[in-house]
Design a protein around this ligand. Structure first.
Ligand code: T4K
Length: 384
């Protein structure tokens, strides 16, 4: 069958937007209050909605996830070496770098691409102060194994939960595991506030520190108690986040149907490997739709599929290629672990379009496109 390109681009994601009238009603309040940022009424309301959602008071909002993580590391006084994953978005490592912390990259496990606890334990040195693990694609890390290692070696356990809003394990929101979790509310996330970030943490004493650090260190008009930065969320962001929160469950349901359709269409395709079904006690958020393409069995490389789909106006992403340690700015770091699984994942994973408003019939077409690419890849003329 001849495939026709989509007339309008299909992106890897599209942000959910609340009805415009609803957002305008919220904007009218902002126009009335003329309070735009600096701990305004909407941000305070949004924070209390999130405290309710996460059942905690130990929560702090920021203007993005990257600064939230930088501030977390600084506020917790993490130093020396931190064991982390190279298979993530660059911001995870940048946050360490900006705190003058040495990232120690170790490998991931092959099912869900999260840090491999055995590799973590093997990499601990007298300079290690923390583990920075990532719930990549919203897949929960090996929570118990990492917690055991952290406890035995007296290390802080920090989670980059940028992808994991809405994920629960045994009914507990993912932000409750470890010493601290960072969430990103960027427009590309299932849950967003245009830009935004959040920290959830165990130790209540950290809240005051984070609040100072995100607001220049101001205690009051005349006292600066530490050299802070400016990482405050503003009222428009909070308004968006507050409204999107009301639709969250519906967004997750819609994405789960898209993911099920992909799985149904792609599971029998030779050379396409789907993420194994998560354990039943995990409530997943369907934030991403990663698949692995095995070039030998599929007949075409991941990159060729990426290019082929692009010609048909389907813009998938290779999250996360290249590995962080291969970026020029981190190449000088010595990496002892051969990172076999991470390298394989970075070379094979394609993240497919998934968002609430993606039409199921378009998902069918995207799958047909992949199958048609495979036929083309398998044909002798293409192989020679
Ligand atoms: N840790 C992890 C593990 C992360 O994944 C991230 C961010 C962070 C930390 C840092 O959190 P933040 O500081 O960002 O809060 C995107 C996002 O910018 C980034 O937030 C995200 N991870 C990363 C995985 O993806 P890009 O460069 O791939 O985004 P971009 O602009 O190419 O957008 C992807 C697609 O989304 C576009 O092709 C179309 C669509 N899109 C995008 C935007 C911005 C829209 O339809 N509307 C939009 O407004 O990084």
């Amino acid at each position: 069958m001849m495939m026709k390109p989509f007339e309008t681009p299909i992106y890897v994601t599209r942000p959910f937007l609340p009805p415009l009238e609803e957002f305008c009603r919220g904007l009218a309040q902002i126009w009335q209050s003329r309070w735009l940022t600096n701990d305004g009424p909407i941000i305070r309301r949004f924070a209390s909605e999130l405290c309710h959602y996460f059942e905690t008071d130990n929560l702090c909002l920021f203007n993005n996830g990257t600064l939230a993580l930088q501030i977390a590391l600084q506020g917790m006084q993490i130093s020396g070496e931190v064991i982390t994953t190279p298979f993530t978005f660059v911001a995870t490592t940048h946050a360490l770098y900006w705190n003058k912390i040495r990232p120690v990259f170790v490998d991931i496990e092959s099912d869900y691409y999260t840090l491999d606890p055995e590799k973590v334990e093997a990499a601990i040195t007298p300079w290690t102060t923390a583990i920075l693990a990532v719930h990549v694609y919203g897949h929960p890390c090996k929570l118990k194994a990492l917690a055991d290692i952290a406890r035995r070696h007296n290390l802080k356990l920090i989670y980059d939960a940028a992808h994991a809003f809405g994920v629960k394990v045994g009914g507990t929101p993912i932000g409750h595991f470890g010493d601290l979790s960072m969430f990103s509310f960027h427009a590309t996330k299932l849950f967003h506030s245009i830009e935004g970030g959040m920290l959830i943490f165990k130790e209540s004493g950290l809240k005051g520190v984070f609040d100072y650090l995100k607001n220049f260190g101001f205690k009051n008009e005349v006292e600066v108690v530490m050299p802070g930065t400016n990482a405050k969320m503003n009222e428009m962001q909070a308004l968006m986040g507050s409204q999107v929160l009301h639709y969250l469950e519906d967004l997750i349901q819609k994405r789960s149907r898209i993911a099920a359709l992909y799985r149904q269409r792609l599971q029998q395709v030779p050379g396409i490997h789907l993420v194994p079904t998560l354990s039943p006690d995990i409530r997943y958020n369907f934030g991403h739709m990663p698949i692995e393409i095995d070039e030998g069995a599929f007949g075409m490389s991941r990159d060729a599929v990426y290019d082929g789909l692009k010609q048909w106006n389907v813009h998938t992403r290779r999250y996360f290629y290249p590995l962080i340690c291969d970026y020029p700015c981190y190449r000088s770091l010595s990496v002892k672990d051969p990172l076999i699984v991470a390298r394989r994942a970075a070379d094979r994973i394609l993240t497919l379009p998934i968002y609430d408003s993606l039409d199921p019939s378009d998902v069918e077409i995207i799958c047909e496109m992949m199958i048609s690419l495979q036929r083309r890849g398998m044909s002798p003329s293409h192989r020679s």
